[in-house]
Design a protein around this ligand. Structure first.
Ligand SMILES: NC(=O)c1ccc[n+]([C@@H]2O[C@H](COP(=O)([O-])OP(=O)(O)OC[C@H]3O[C@@H](n4cnc5c(N)ncnc54)[C@H](O)[C@@H]3O)[C@@H](O)[C@H]2O)c1
Length: 355
């Protein structure tokens, strides 16, 4: 035990010494020195993410390089010296730099409200330029708050484009225009979706077809339109399709066969799209949330208020979730933090489906 520990310490110390060697600096991933608004100009520095990942796994090609992660802000440097407050600035060169998304362009369908908007805000915080695509003529009032925050305090932009994911031709045009403008496309969160609670014996073919048109065909057309641009601009993009735990289970007390079938379709689409697009370095994964209290679910609570408690009791944590509990997952799946993950599902459901 003692030997192991001391050998581990020696190796850690060796790694620290090597990391400090200036000879590492000129390797791949060098970025230009520039003024940081939080501190003085820094000398050219080592890009930890680029240097640690083999070149083949990173974005290659004609899309312009993004800016690297920033140095720790002045306050963090001070905290490191004084130890009085925790130095917790993530996404800097020393704090999980693989989550840095500065200059990357990310689309979020269904981003006018709900889960999509909250995940859009997470992308903005990581530095990305975000386009919310949604069928609503006007996004929710919170959208304006996030848009203003992006411009005034995050140094990036949140845009809105009205689209209906059932209109494949328009989707193609809007997404192509965005990619042409930035000469790149790095990510897509396909969150646009609908829910309908109707017993299977009463489901009309029209309603079932609409469910599949939005949740399956719409998600597929959005992903394909995005992938075409990622291929055109040679961006190793990441696509996240919002599925659901309902794609794997039948929900107790929630009668929505077509919705569950649509989410099962999304789970399978992900595996096939990942298989087809892996050769283009495009990753495709699904995120399967449990119950989230968004407008979609509030509508279901209107007629059945008891569900707020009952649904929580069906999982291991004894509660339903908030949209903010999926921010980290979005940042992980879209950024280089998940660079070796594709064709997979990330289920975040309070343990609902594990019981
Ligand atoms: N809320 C939950 O409990 C829960 C659980 C698991 C998965 N999900 C999934 O998460 C995603 C987001 O759901 P939410 O809870 O935020 O719902 P929400 O209704 O608040 O948001 C969905 C968004 O999609 C948009 N949309 C719907 N149809 C569209 C279309 N044809 N074209 C473009 N935009 C369209 C809506 O306008 C809305 O802004 C959905 O795919 C949903 O199925 C939700």
């Amino acid at each position: 035990m003692v030997m192991l520990k001391s050998s581990a310490m020696r190796s850690a110390s060796r790694m620290a010494t090597q990391a400090a060697k200036p000879s590492l600096a000129p390797r791949v991933g060098m970025v230009q020195a520039r003024h940081n608004s939080n501190g003085p100009a820094k000398s050219p520095r080592y890009n930890a993410v680029s240097a640690q990942y083999p070149v083949e796994t990173r974005k290659q090609g004609m899309a312009a390089e993004t800016r690297g992660p920033p140095q720790p802000p002045q306050k963090e440097s001070l905290n490191l010296e004084t130890g009085k407050e925790a130095p917790t600035f993530l996404g800097t060169t020393k704090r999980l730099p693989e989550f840095n998304m500065a200059d990357k362009v990310v689309l979020v369908s269904g981003g006018a409200r709900g889960l999509g908007l909250v995940q859009a805000e997470a992308m903005l915080e990581a530095g990305a330029i975000v386009y919310a695509l949604d069928r609503l003529p006007e996004p929710s009032p919170y959208f304006q708050v996030v848009q203003q925050r992006a411009a005034e305090t995050l140094g990036t932009q949140l845009h809105y484009r009205q689209i209906d994911v059932r209109d494949a031709a328009n989707l193609e045009k809007v997404i192509a225009d965005i990619a042409d403008q930035h000469q790149r496309l790095d990510g897509l969160i396909a969150a646009a979706g609908i829910q309908q609670e109707t017993p299977a014996l009463e489901y009309t073919a029209e309603d079932a077809n609409n469910m599949f048109a939005v949740n399956i065909t719409g998600a597929m057309m959005t992903a394909s339109a995005a992938a075409r641009q990622m291929i055109k601009y040679e961006c190793a993009g990441s696509i996240v399709m919002i599925a659901s735990m309902s794609g794997t289970i039948a929900n107790r007390g929630l009668i929505c066969s077509a919705y569950n079938a649509s989410k099962a379709g999304v789970l399978q689409l992900c595996r096939n799209l990942a298989a087809e697009w892996g050769a283009h370095k495009i990753r495709v994964n699904t995120l399967s949330p449990g119950y989230i209290v968004t407008d979609m679910v509030e509508k279901l609570f209107e007629t059945h208020p008891e569900r707020r408690i009952e649904w929580g009791n069906q999982n291991m944590l004894g509660r339903v979730s908030a949209p903010a509990e999926y921010r980290g997952a979005a940042a992980f799946l879209i950024s280089e933090a998940s660079s070796y993950m594709t064709g997979a599902d990330l289920r975040i459901d309070g343990g609902h489906a594990a019981w």
